[in-house]
Design a protein around this ligand. Structure first.
Ligand SMILES: Cc1ncc(COP(=O)(O)O)c(C=O)c1O
Length: 388
């Protein structure tokens, strides 16, 4: 990995130590340029003609995302964010009284409130799979919980509040063995590690552009495996998702674009495509290794700071480093860091309530280095934390 070239593509690194990539990463120059170029074109010839002129490039975004996921382009829907992607999949599924939705303790708030809404409406129930001794979803427990009332397994791969990497692939094996639809929230995973829907065995996967993928805000995508895709009726449709083919009839598109609608931010979408290509060109294996190396350096440094407690779960944590420091509020730590041009974030219990309540977690600081960060930036954060 040519770190110098990569850092040159990320000009803000000379001004700040940016480790808020689980929130919104810094976009590399080619991403910003692609989006700006399209906005300029829209300003010059109008949005419709700009989209027509850039048609091939816009279409190629589907190929890029498909390559990223090892999926087919027809299985990809491009939407506004990970939440919309997830909602489109989840709310397409049908539940009845007594049906069970299995999820994990690290589930993201947006997903969990949707379970609550649907279970209230339908009489279905949510069952939370317990975690194992490391804090990851317990696959043996999941297996024991399976019965013919389980209509969905839906988990978050990497939670919003820490480094845990849930065993998405092992969950996929269980889901496949029992023929249960499997919806995976990969929002914090894409862009920081390889994501292969065939290896994972998920039927639906949602993700965002602005986090570790380094794409523009307001971008996201949904993957839906073909056989399931054909059976899913989106909760809301328009005449793009489902062309109006006769006075009394619409026909759902055959591809995953049935989860989209007509109007789009093409500048952002083009930026997303470039971000995906950028990550693929560097290589997701190399990205994962460097992310873990930097996160490991940060965790090791935190171990030497009095009162600091690393809160990450799991055997081999990702590049999201969560911690608390005794006697110091997470928000104050984040604000103090910002004053020194060190950008990190915090995560509150309400984002991951099951996990946070089970562990009695206060708000945690969340530092998420990416491959474009340096050892020196990690050390700068540690120096700031050490100085109190
Ligand atoms: C695990 C997880 N899922 C989903 C989302 C939602 O992503 P978006 O804000 O793009 O809708 C987030 C955002 O923080 C997240 O951390």
């Amino acid at each position: 990995m040519d770190i110098e070239a990569i850092r040159a593509d990320t000009p803000a690194v000379v001004r700040r130590a940016y480790m808020h990539n689980a929130g919104a990463a810094l976009m590399p120059v080619p991403v910003v340029d692609a989006a700006k170029r399209h906005l300029d074109l829209e300003a010059e010839i109008g949005g419709y003609h700009a989209a027509a002129r850039e048609h091939d490039r816009i279409e190629a975004v589907y190929d890029s995302v498909a390559r990223l996921l090892n999926a087919h382009r027809d299985e990809v829907a491009l939407v506004e964010n990970a939440t919309v992607a997830w909602q489109m999949a989840f709310y397409s599924l049908q539940f009845g009284p007594g049906d069970r939705i299995l999820t994990a303790e690290a589930e993201y708030a947006a997903n969990y409130v949707a379970y609550l809404q649907v279970t209230r409406r339908t009489g279905a129930v949510i069952d939370v799979v317990p975690s194992d001794a490391t804090g990851a979803l317990d696959v043996a427990a999941l297996e024991r919980m399976i019965d013919d009332r389980v209509k969905l397994i839906a988990i978050t791969w990497i939670p919003t509040n820490g480094g845990l990497v849930n065993p998405a692939e092992a969950v996929g094996k269980v889901a496949r063995a029992h023929g249960i639809p499997y919806l995976l929230d990969a929002c914090q995973a894409v862009g920081q590690m390889p994501v292969d829907v065939e290896a994972v065995g998920c039927d639906m996967l949602s993700a965002t552009g602005r986090k570790f993928l380094r794409g523009p805000r307001g971008t996201g995508f949904l993957y839906v495996r073909r056989p399931l895709l054909e059976r899913l009726e989106p909760p809301m449709i328009d005449h793009f998702a489902a062309p109006w083919v006769a006075m009394d009839r619409y026909e759902l598109r055959p591809d995953a674009r049935r989860f989209e609608n007509w109007e789009n931010n093409y500048a952002a979408r083009l930026g997303l495509g470039v971000a995906v290509d950028y990550a693929l060109a560097i290589g997701l294996d190399a990205i994962r290794d460097r992310c873990r190396l930097l996160a490991g350096r940060l965790r090791a440094g935190l171990a030497g700071i009095p009162g600091a407690v690393v809160r990450d779960l799991g055997r081999d944590p990702s590049a999201i480093v969560s911690f608390t420091i005794e006697g110091r509020e997470a928000d104050a730590i984040v604000a103090g860091a910002l004053a020194q041009d060190i950008v990190i974030g915090a995560s509150k219990a309400s984002s991951t309530r099951i996990d946070a309540e089970r562990r009695h977690l206060p708000p945690v600081v969340r530092a998420s280095p990416h491959y474009y960060n340096s050892d020196a930036e990690v050390d700068r954060l540690l120096d700031y934390l050490r100085a109190g």
